[in-house]
Design a protein around this ligand. Structure first.
Ligand SMILES: [Zn+2]
Length: 480
């Protein structure tokens, strides 16, 4: 979001605050010069600096700005108690992040006190969210902060408690999600160009939204207008205007996309794009040259997704045209780092598993089980990605509805690390287990006598430690 303050109106073609104060003879040229030179060395706003220097006071500055911005100055700490039904027209996270407070309702107009009434984008978001016309007051950032804490904290306490829950993956930056360094470079590159369509596919609960959130957080810099349309708001992002859709139908989603399109954010994220109408909206947004980050719940892999794109998503030529990066994501259990220990397998078995390793033996790791991982040997999950930069050859194939074989061939050259490469790396580093490696790669552990023997031994020890006798193990063997 854009920075808050008193001199943001400059971008809207209005008179600079300094000039306005000069014109009104509220400061002299010497004072303005001093303040401007101070501003160059600080991140503070001009208004704030002038006030701090004692050349003028906040009330005068806000009054003046309010006139310029058609937003009367309001003393929030002097207004009557605002009714709760009005307060809750605007969610706490939006109020807190943007320093705004709904003050009164007048027919179809909601009056909102804002620290930066020049933020037209925010007003559009508020109009969309509340269904009211928005008119603004200008208010002191400090008073707004205090009032927001006062009005929202009474009911917000429970929510705050939930926020203190154990560290959730939604907090993680992109570089900690499991992309390899090379993949991270590719991903960064496509975020940086900030246009076109970046799609993340994968099964439900495969961490796609975490990746989308991390991407949005990375794009958080001043003047970047970011909107995220979500089916369920799992986590409050500091930098983003999050909108939750009320229904589950494609119309609910596409209507929201179209509404957001009208005010043209630089970045739009959409959670779980499904129906044809929504895809049309995504296409229109991407055509404008903005960035769309979309997640799609699917069990298809990249080849199936590409080969099937036009069948399922009739005529989405504009999406294809603007597609930049396609990512597939899988979550794999992470071996517990607290009880991880190595064991050896023969190079022969490793090569049969598809690992490109040399030597007679190699080290693989497993979690033996400890109190941290609740004696499971696994602790948390790691995300694995396949990234496909979508070039013109691939786009042409998509337009032609080409066969899977053609896609496979075209993709091989472009793919920035395949699942095989990624999983192999994670396996050899001891981040994932052989069991999970084989499962994700679609291989049966029973084909590998050596691995099977280790697995049986493990089961034996687990059952033995639990019960103190070998009977449980013998029972287990009978059944398996
Ligand atoms: Zn452990």
């Amino acid at each position: 979001m854009r920075p808050l303050g008193w001199d943001n109106h400059v971008r809207y073609g209005q008179k600079k605050l300094g000039e306005m104060l000069l014109d009104a003879s509220l400061i002299d040229e010497g004072q303005l010069k001093t303040a401007l030179s101070k501003q160059q060395r600080s991140s503070k706003k001009l208004g704030e600096i002038l006030v701090n220097l004692g050349y003028t006071n906040e009330e005068l500055v806000l009054n003046l700005l309010g006139k310029q911005l058609n937003s009367p100055y309001i003393r929030i700490d002097k207004t009557e108690q605002i009714d709760n039904t009005i307060i809750h027209r605007i969610p706490e996270n939006l109020a807190e992040r943007n320093l705004i407070l709904p003050v009164k309702l007048e027919d179809d107009t909601l009056w909102v006190a804002m620290s930066d009434p020049a933020n037209q984008f925010l007003k559009k978001v508020l109009a969309l969210l509340t269904g009211y016309h928005i008119k603004s007051y200008i208010a002191s950032p400090k008073e707004l902060k205090q009032a927001i804490a006062r009005y929202y904290s009474r009911e917000g306490r429970f929510e705050k408690a939930a926020d203190n829950a154990p560290l959730h993956s939604y907090f993680l930056p992109l570089k900690q999600l499991g992309l390899t360094p090379r993949q991270l470079q590719v991903f960064d590159k496509y975020l940086e160009i900030q246009k076109g369509c970046l799609l993340i596919i994968g099964l439900e609960n495969s961490g796609k939204k975490t990746t989308a959130y991390a991407s949005l957080r990375q794009l958080n810099f001043p003047d970047n207008d970011i909107v995220s349309i979500e089916r369920k708001m799992d986590y409050k992002l500091e930098c983003v205007n999050q909108l939750e859709i009320s229904g589950t139908s494609d119309q609910d989603m596409s209507r929201m996309i179209d509404n957001v399109n009208q005010f043209n954010p630089n970045v739009l994220a959409v959670e779980n794009i499904q129906g044809v109408e929504s895809w049309n909206g995504i296409g229109r947004m991407a055509e404008k040259g903005n960035l769309v980050i979309g997640t799609i719940n699917t069990d298809q892999d990249i080849v199936d997704f590409l080969a099937d794109f036009l069948n399922k998503r009739t005529n989405h030529y504009s999406v294809i045209e603007n597609l930049t990066l396609l990512a597939q994501q899988k979550l794999v259990r992470a071996v517990c780092p607290y009880c991880r220990s190595p064991y050896k397998i023969t190079g022969k078995t490793a090569r049969k598993m598809g690992l490109s390793v040399k030597g007679a033996t190699i080290n693989i790791y497993k979690g033996k089980g400890c109190s941290v991982c609740n004696y499971t040997g696994y602790y948390g999950q790691t995300a694995c990605y396949e990234l496909l930069p979508v070039n013109n050859t691939i786009k042409d194939l998509m337009m032609q509805n080409a066969s899977k074989a053609k896609f496979k061939k075209a993709i091989q050259k472009e793919m920035a690390c395949s699942f095989n490469d990624i999983l192999q790396e994670k396996l050899l580093k001891g981040q994932i287990s052989t069991e999970d490696f084989l499962q994700v790669m679609g291989q049966d552990i029973n084909q590998f006598k050596e691995l099977k023997a280790v697995q049986i031994m493990d089961t034996f020890w687990t059952l033995f430690e639990k019960s103190g006798s070998i009977n449980a193990y013998l029972e287990y063997r009978k059944k398996n």
